[in-house]
Design a protein around this ligand. Sequence first.
Ligand code: NAD
Ligand code: WQD
Length: 337
Amino acid sequence: MAILVTGGAGFIGSHTCVSLLETGHEVVCVDNLSNSSRTALDRVQAITGKTVKFYECDILDKPMLSKVMRENAIDAVIHFAGLKAVGESVALPLKYYHNNITGTLCLLEVMGEFGVKKIVFSSSATVYGKAETVPLTEDMPTSAYSPYGQTKLMIEQILKDLYVSDNEWSVSLLRYFNPIGAHQSGLIGEDPRDIPNNLMPYITKVAAGKLAQLSVFGSDYPTPDGTCIRDYIHVADLAEGHLKALDKVRRERGVFIHNLGTGTGYSVLDVIKAFETANDIKINYRLADRRPGDVTICYADPAKAKKELDWEAKRDIVQMCRDAWNWQKNNPDGYGD
Ligand code: NAD
Ligand code: WQD
């Protein structure tokens, strides 16, 4: 039996494909390559010495998804496919609702038709909205402040409703914090198409001389150094979390919600310093205005994942910074396409 990975050519998907293959799973991947490259999967195969069966397929294309299901014995689905740029989602909400929500509905309908009822879904810490207290626990109230965040909340709800309607489903909702880093080989990593929105890819592009200066968005927040605090997690730890969640949905039926974070918060200036120290490189930055929509502090309570999934993050911020730089250094133009 194989695992179907939607969005498997993307940043987190490609790292999860490596972990799946290394633990002996058969992997079938569908991706429309709207934000990724086929080369990522070639690299996954180079790292593992194993094959990923790839379909260039949009999850909105139900006939094609059915063909994938017919041609492969799929046991469970890990569902990464989606658009993820918060700012773009504010400008183009219909694009986000259509791709993420309609796409997920198409996927779930086809899964149901083929009796495949185990799914691990990429949710996000964004579903905690502007929470007043930290660390964030899974039972805290949820809300969304962007169309992107709304899609995550809505898909969580759709999956919960699906389970209520049919208890044969088994659903894992993984709420990721801030994934950074890259595979230790330097062969796969994060490859944003345009100027990066996120902190770590921006830092690595400044380190590589491809961008002149990092703007630190806000230095007057009520935090020790005035900059926002986040829970950065190594993408390889995140990938391992998916294996544990997969075990869970294969063993038990129900809806399981878990934070995937380290439980430690770092400020923007902490991350810059950690990057400089880990890689012996100076980052040119300036303190700038706040970015609209940013929450001040966000970090996980990862205890539930430890208790119920037997998972915890192992890699520290130094390793995250080293691996992110190793990827950028070895691949100055990302996957080159
Ligand atoms: P990514 O853009 O690198 O990967 C997403 C993949 O999905 C891409 O390869 C893209 O081509 C594909 N895709 C998008 N729409 C598709 C469609 N309609 N049909 C088929 N393929 C499609 O992003 P990522 O960082 O790897 O994120 C993976 C998932 O995790 C996303 O759902 C994202 O919202 C979620 N997530 C990401 C973060 C983060 O900071 N990276 C944090 C929390 C949650
Ligand atoms: C981190 C910190 C910025 C860029 C986003 C999504 C979230 C989730 C993860 C998907 C913030 C600061 C950033 C820069 C900066 N994705 N920053 N200069 O905003 O915590 O989370 O990605 O689900 O939903 O919102 O991540 O990396 O953009 O920012 O100062 O050039 O770095 O202000 O404090 P964020 P980020």
